[in-house]
Every structure is written in structure tokens, then in C-alpha cells.
Design a protein around this ligand. Sequence first.
Ligand code: UDX
Length: 449
Amino acid sequence: MKITIIGTGYVGLVSGTCLAEVGNDVLCLDLDPKKIDTLNAGGIPIHEPGLDELVHRNAAAGRLRFTTSIEEAVAHGTIQMIAVGTPPDEDGSADLSHVVAAARNIGRHMSAYKLVVDKSTVPVGTADRVRAAIAEELALRGANIEFSVVSNPEFLKEGAAVEDFMRPDRIVVGSDDERATKLMHTLYQPFQRNHERLIVMDVRSAELTKYAANAMLATRISFMNELANLAETLGADIELVRKGIGSDPRIGYHFLYAGCGYGGSCFPKDVTALQRTAQDHGLTLQVLAAVEEVNARQKLRLIDKVERHFGKDLQGRHFALWGLAFKPNTDDMREAPALTIINQLLRRGATVTAYDPIATAEARKHLGDTIHYADSPMAALDNADALLIVTEWKVFRSPDFTRIRKELKRPIIIDGRNLYDPAIMAEMGITYDAIGRGVTEAKQQEPQS
Ligand code: UDX
């Protein structure tokens, strides 16, 4: 099939590449010439496991091409997939200007039937706006050409985006017309594997499904974070509670990890946007307001813990921080809890040395030279009073604890991701303060002979 992808951001680039991988002829459009130049020169603007190899293979095979030409892009694909950004407006609602502009371009230049697929996360009712924009452009030039608009929200997770696209657990399609539904079935046939993954529904339900999924997941996290704080007060361990409730199949184990708050490009933005949508229709989503509030507070939880050990005045204190990205396997710093935590430490007079396996360059864009950047986890510990863990990268899971104890001025680990066993930490002579588990004091170490 001939497919055009409009927007080569996270969703666009991954979708286009994966669709090329199964044999389609894909042309990706972006209006940013720098991005297209980078892609044409073999560079990948984002870090995503497996993506490099896939882009190179498909580009070399001529199935994946990149352009800045709107005319060429509209002429190319029978399927026009809109995957442009929908950044939050000042009031928190999604800014649809790029989506509508893409629709207008399609209407302005199309000369044959087009199936327009809304892939961007867009509020309920957007497909209607896209349809209206295309119809208006067609009317302006007196053209009478058929087209369909469907909603096909993307559920991919950063760090696992290629895998999520290639092996989806579901493919949601909102379609009100049969021709479009048939084409969507053909498009996704290669990704169906052993059973039907396509869930076809009306357009509005599909649009709402995307927000509902992210809001539900964010709610689980905030709920667990709130319970974690209660567990600490009560002397319970949230990790044990998590296992205890996760074993109920109605609850399940996923997305029950208490931590230092959710971040990223989706949850914060989508939770706010869904509330805005409700407000626009005279409703209030009370649960989501609390989800947001709890999350903002949770990002400060590690600061509470630092203050517990070092007092409010952190002048002259130096902290090692492991993990800057909002989650592992990405260099994405958008809404990353590390930013809030670092800013609060600096405001209180402390200094920070951070280590992240890949997000350092991105972090520099936000933090500049306000902190030091180490090139290994151990190098970050140099001269530090304590270690804070913010992102659960795999390399942090089994470090040399004896060395950590020796390097830190006070052997304290404040863990925002609950990576370690408190009993082992105590044995190792490290005081361990984790989310929802309270403080486990270090056991006195035998003097070395
Ligand atoms: C999310 C959705 O999972 C995805 O389906 C959607 O398309 C986009 O938004 P992503 O933002 O890449 O994906 O990350 P995700 O893995 O969902 O994590 C989001 C945030 O929640 C991270 O900050 C993570 O640290 C936090 N989180 C996740 C927790 O604090 N606890 C958990 O149990 C799970």
C-alpha cells in the first residue's frame, strides 16, 4: 500500500518505519527541513531501541522515504496518516492547529480518494474538524473527490515503541464508513498475528478510548503513590501490598509501581486535556483532578526524604542522582520528575552530580550547567552526601554496594523507584529510604581488619 505519514515525531516515525517494514511504500512528511535532512542523512532524531536498524533497512530498500514537499506527500499515499504534535494550549487543552493544517493541505492538493487517519492524540470531535477542513478546501477549488476520516489512536510506549507497534495488544479504529474500515483491516493485517487485534467502533468512542486509557493508567499510579505514603506512615511496605493486590486478576500487576511521580509526553498532557474537554462540556472529572494533584506532590517526595535526613537547609550539601529521563530506555526529559527534584535541591542550596545512560544531552537542554554530569554511575558518587535514584535504568539494579557505601559521605540511598531489598541494604551498611517502605537503618559494619 502507498502510505503517507504526516509528522516525523515519535509516533509518526515509528509508525511509518514499522509500516514500511511489512512491505508498504511509505513517504514521511515533515515541514522541518532540518529533521528531514537528518533523516535523509541516516540520522535518527529520537532514541528508541531497534528504530535505527529498522529505519536504515527500509530506507535502503527504498520503502521508506522522507520529504518536506506537501504536494508530493499528498499525491503519494491513498492512506494519509496524521501524526503531528498536539501540544497543550495555555489552558491545558490540546492545540489542534497542526492537525487542522495537515487536513487543509490534504484537501488542497488531493486529486483522488484519500483515507485520512488521525493517529495523533486528539480530543473527541477532532475527526469532525478534520473532515470539515478537508471538505472546505475541496469546496474552495470546486473539487468533488471522495475521502474518509478515521480515528486510530496510538498506544505505543517510549522505549518499547517499535515492539508495541509490531506486536500490538489492540488496534483501535474509529470509523463510520465501510470503505475506510476495510482499508484499515488491510493496513493492519500484517500485525494481527494469531488473533483479531482490531477493535472497530464509532469515531468518538475511539477518540475517547485513547484518553481513557492514559487517564486510567495515571490514576493507578497516583493511587499507588498515595497508598505508598500512607504505608510509610503506618509502617507497612507498599511493595508487599502491591504484590498482594496485583495477584487479584481484576487488578493485575501492571502499573502498580509507586515511585516519584509519572512524567513523559503523554500522561501529564492527556490527563489535563481530558479534564479540559469535560469542562468544555460543563462537567468536572473529580478523580482526575486528584490524580494530577497527587502526582505534583509525589514529585517532591524525594525532597521530603532528603530533608528528613539532612534538614531543610541544604547549603553545602552535595547529592549524587542516578537517572534523569522520565523513564528508562528513552532520552525523553519531558515532565521528568528529575527536573523538579533537581530544581528543588538547587533552590535549597545543594549541588548535584547526575548520571544517566543516555539522557544527559537532553537534560543539558533543560538544566544547562546548573548541575554536574558524570559519565558513570560510580563517578557520580564522588564527594556526595547521599545517593538519590530517580529512574529505574537496568544498570542501577545491581551496583557494587560496598563501593557505594565507601564513596558516600553518609551511606544513604534515597530510592524513588524501589530498586533494592531493604534488608540487604541494611546488611550492606547502607541506610535505605524508599517510596512506601520508610527508612531501613544501616547495620553497624564490622571494622575491617
Ligand atoms: C504512555 C502509555 O503507556 C502509552 O500507551 C501511551 O501511548 C503514551 O503514554 P509512556 O509515556 O511512553 O507511555 O510511558 P509509560 O511507560 O506508560 O510510563 C509513564 C510514566 O508513568 C513514567 O513516568 C513512569 O515512570 C510512570 N510509571 C509507570 C509509574 O510511576 N509506575 C508504574 O507502575 C508505571
